[in-house]
Design a protein around this ligand. Structure first.
Ligand code: SAM
Length: 246
């Protein structure tokens, strides 16, 4: 059993959001493993995906899938188990549950029902990309995925005057479209595109938006998972970032 300060770590009563790796299976905390090991039930987006992590760490757990498609149907069962005092862990396919995934909705429903929630912190793709981007990290906005159609232009236009570093999630299918639109609405800003973070083919492409577009246009196929980081309005390219100043 995993211990910390001589205290046994186990899944508490209630709903515990457990952060899991965004790629590298070693990026998981001792506490996360102990909570998954001792939970009565582990809610996950895709049972096959979560089994890869659990098998790697030799954890046997009872899994139940949840997602936008079945949350309504699953909710009464989950809430009733929580009311009975169950210890339920919630993981997503990658990173911190509740960040751009169905975990947020489940968390809100548990709070609405006055049920206890907890979190075990760990990886989140946007933080990883931000710190590797080379852009200012002191103030940033996380925009998640842009809407695909309705509201997309309004959202892009609203970012034009944003002075903080902007972080977006994007799929491989829309990467080029989004980079071109960011150029159109925000100008030729400095940016970074982080791909396949913590995985075998991890890369971070830094430069102006036009340079990055050119690089990805030349690729035969655009594959993997992506985070886009764009400099805020007024970012001075030559400024050396050092916060706090030494
Ligand atoms: N909950 C996750 C988190 O904490 O980052 C995010 C879930 S969201 C459904 C999935 C998106 O996160 C992907 O489409 C991609 O934009 C980003 N992402 C997840 N893993 C990534 C990785 N290893 N490298 C780059 N981006 C990643």
């Amino acid at each position: 059993m995993v211990t910390n300060n001589d205290e046994e770590i186990s899944c508490p009563v209630g709903l515990t959001l457990v952060a899991t790796p965004i790629g590298n299976l070693a990026d998981v905390s001792h506490r996360a493993l102990a909570v998954l090991h001792t939970a009565d039930l582990v809610l996950c987006e895709d049972t096959r995906h979560t089994q890869i992590l659990l098998r790697h760490w030799d954890i046997e757990a009872r899994l139940l899938s949840y997602g936008a498609h079945n949350l309504k149907a699953r909710l009464p069962q989950i809430l009733s188990k929580l009311r009975e005092g169950a210890r339920i862990a919630l993981v997503s396919d990658a990173g911190t549950p509740g960040i751009s995934d169905p975990g947020a909705e489940l968390c809100r429903r548990a709070l609405d029902a006055d049920l206890p929630i907890h979190a075990v912190s760990g990886p989140a793709a946007f933080v990883h990309a931000l710190v590797l981007s080379g852009l200012p990290t002191a103030r940033f906005v996380f925009e998640g995925f842009l809407p695909h159609k309705k509201g997309r232009k309004t959202r892009l236009a609203s970012l034009a005057d944003e002075p903080r570093t902007i972080i977006l999630y994007e799929s491989p299918y829309r990467l080029l479209k989004t980079l071109r639109e960011l150029h159109e609405y925000l100008g030729n800003r400095q940016a970074a595109v982080a791909r396949e973070l913590t995985k075998r083919f991890e890369e971070v492409v830094r430069g102006h938006l036009t340079d990055i577009v050119e690089i990805f246009e030349k690729r035969e196929k655009i594959l993997g998972e992506f985070v886009i980081v764009v400099a805020g309005k007024g970012h001075k390219e030559e400024s050396v970032q050092c916060t706090p100043r030494l």
